[in-house]
Design a protein around this ligand. Structure first.
Ligand SMILES: [Fe+2]
Length: 212
């Protein structure tokens, strides 16, 4: 039996830290998803400095929580709202039902081009019900970048390695494979835009610090 109060968002607590704890409870401590999610959160931290301070915890929290929809606890908990068994949507629904910020749930719902896979599954509508505000599109890009440049065991990977692995694991008839052509430009775009942000916003700061 699942108790919704158990995983409720506490507005006074730091968002990223609360997200870390929730991810650990749902995925950790030994599972591959936990290792991957920890690495994605760390990777997200490498882009966080390119964003205004108030947006940074949102990116880190989304890194921790993007894959909680794979947790059996989450799948059981969202079964009442129609078991999507689509991890971005299940994760987003779980978070909203427990009072976590709508922007965070939307980042989870849309991570890594999820709407394209959702379209193959007939779930594009429910995914689009979670709206990433335009001002957070670069944060959504950074989350996708962090996820797509981190392998399943938390190793640093290129987007090409990640795509090959996903298609190998899920098979040629999988929703992932069927969504691939539509989804690819979004993934490539998110990775390129984030790399560009890091080049333009992080290096000058590092140089400045070096000569100070
Ligand atoms: Fe995911």
């Amino acid at each position: 039996m699942h108790h919704p109060e158990l995983h409720r968002f506490t507005p006074d607590a730091p968002l990223a830290q609360s997200a870390h704890h929730l991810a650990q409870e749902l995925l950790g401590p030994d599972g591959a998803r936990w290792i991957h999610s920890s690495a994605v959160a760390a990777r997200a931290g490498e882009a966080a400095g390119t964003f205004p301070v108030p947006q940074r915890p949102l990116l880190l929290a989304a890194g921790w929580l993007h894959d909680i929809g794979y947790s059996p606890t989450v799948q059981d908990a969202v079964a009442d709202s129609g078991p999507a068994r689509f991890h971005p949507l299940d994760g987003a629904r779980f978070l909203r039902a427990r009072g976590w910020p709508a922007e965070l749930a939307a980042l989870v719902a849309h991570h890594s081009g999820a709407v394209h896979v959702a379209a193959v599954l007939g779930l594009a509508g429910p995914v689009r019900a979670h709206v990433v505000p335009a001002g957070l599109h670069p944060v959504a890009d950074a989350l996708t970048w962090a996820d797509q440049t981190t392998g399943p065991a938390g190793q640093p990977w290129t987007l090409a390695q990640r795509l090959t692995d996903v298609l190998d694991r899920h098979g040629p008839d999988s929703p992932n494979a069927r969504a691939h052509a539509a989804r690819l430009p979004d993934l490539v775009g998110a990775v390129e835009r984030t790399e560009q942000r890091r080049r333009s916003l992080l290096r000058p700061a590092a140089r400045g610090a070096g000569t100070a």
